[in-house]
Design a protein around this ligand. Structure first.
Ligand code: SF4
Length: 65
């Protein structure tokens, strides 16, 4: 199923601003302080990278569906 939503979920752990997500997929993720998901991105173009970024996030706070 196509990814239609990507978000930062800090209900259990916090983003540690490591920049890994931006390094893996700078088209979707930006880390000015804590991670933000860029606006207006067609997530379906970056599905593999979004999954890789979520897996590479140390605290596991990147969620998508
Ligand atoms: S990889 Fe995870 S912890 Fe690191 S900046 Fe991105 S969201 Fe934050």
């Amino acid at each position: 199923m196509a990814i239609t939503k990507v978000w930062l979920d800090e209900s259990n752990d916090e983003c540690v601003s490591c920049g890994a997500c931006e390094a893996v997929c700078g088209a979707v993720f930006s880390v000015p302080e804590k991670m933000v998901v860029k606006a207006g991105v067609d997530f379906s173009k970056y599905e593999a990278d979004i999954k890789d970024a979520a897996e590479s996030c140390p605290p596991g706070v990147i969620k998508f569906k």
